[in-house]
Design a protein around this ligand. Sequence first.
Ligand SMILES: [Zn+2]
Length: 347
Amino acid sequence: MTTMKALVYATKGQPVLEERPRPQILAPTDAVVKMVKGTICGTDLHILKGDVATCSPGLILGHEGTGVVHAIGASVTTFKPGDRVIVSCITSCMTCEFCRKGLLSHCVDGGWVLGHSIDGTQAEYVRVPHADGSLHRVISGASEASQTMCSDILPTGFECGVLSGRVKPGSSVAIVGGGPVGLGIVLTAQLYSPSILIMITRDPNRLKTAASLGATHCIPFGPGAVEEVMALTGGRGVDTVIEAAGVPETFALCQELVAVGGTIANIGVFGCKVDLALDKLWHRNIVITTSLVDTVSTGMLLKLMDSGKIKTDSFITHTFDFAEMLDAYSTFGAAAQHKAIKVIIDF
Ligand SMILES: [Zn+2]
């Protein structure tokens, strides 16, 4: 049997590199992709900690990356072996009731499956179900490493933050959480020209990166954050506040920052219940949204990347060979210490 190296979620907290059988085409709509560039997501760290109950040990992690189509099933029509592709974090059949409504993340035979319920992209080869609806062609106007940001973090920031948060020209926006998704929001919110774009996060290095990407104000997360935002907005709060951290303290801050008539757009992956201060919010005409990325904006974001209007090169702080995957996890797992934003894996 032909084997490959793969990064496996073994027991809580511990990723291991293992020899695994190469994936085969199982359904006519499948493709097998030979990986070229990969990366690690904060969600992978959550899985390793045991926060994602739906994920079982033994699974190959990863839902991002680019590669070359190695083999296709009989009914794949859009891609052929040899095509360079981006693997989307969301797998979609494009024909079920949810896909037809644009809710690809809830595809009845897909959604977020890679590195979640089936083996993922942190391996030399990956089987991608519903290849026609789940792969994108790489573009020539940006490095393949920067295009891995289109697998997950850029569409997530744009769809679940900017679009769900109803960012409008001239509006005021605050992003709570400076991880790769939060920084992706800094980039893509500017497509709608907000007048104020505030980044609030703990990590001073990420505040600096947010400023370089176009955030107008960078505020350290802490007790003074509310006062600073109120000073910037004439005491009103912000029209859009985007939760991109996923802990009770950050969601509490979002509730304090939202202006009358504003929107709290939640992206954070919550592993616990959180308080909703309806006693303070019931009369403020606000909207709270929750969303899982549908990746319906991926093609548009790739066009903007191809034309140079969106640049994600500064997200890439570290590069590792796949053989050094465990070092890549240690670096990304202690991101503040290593000033890491996105680590790129070369296969
Ligand atoms: Zn579907």
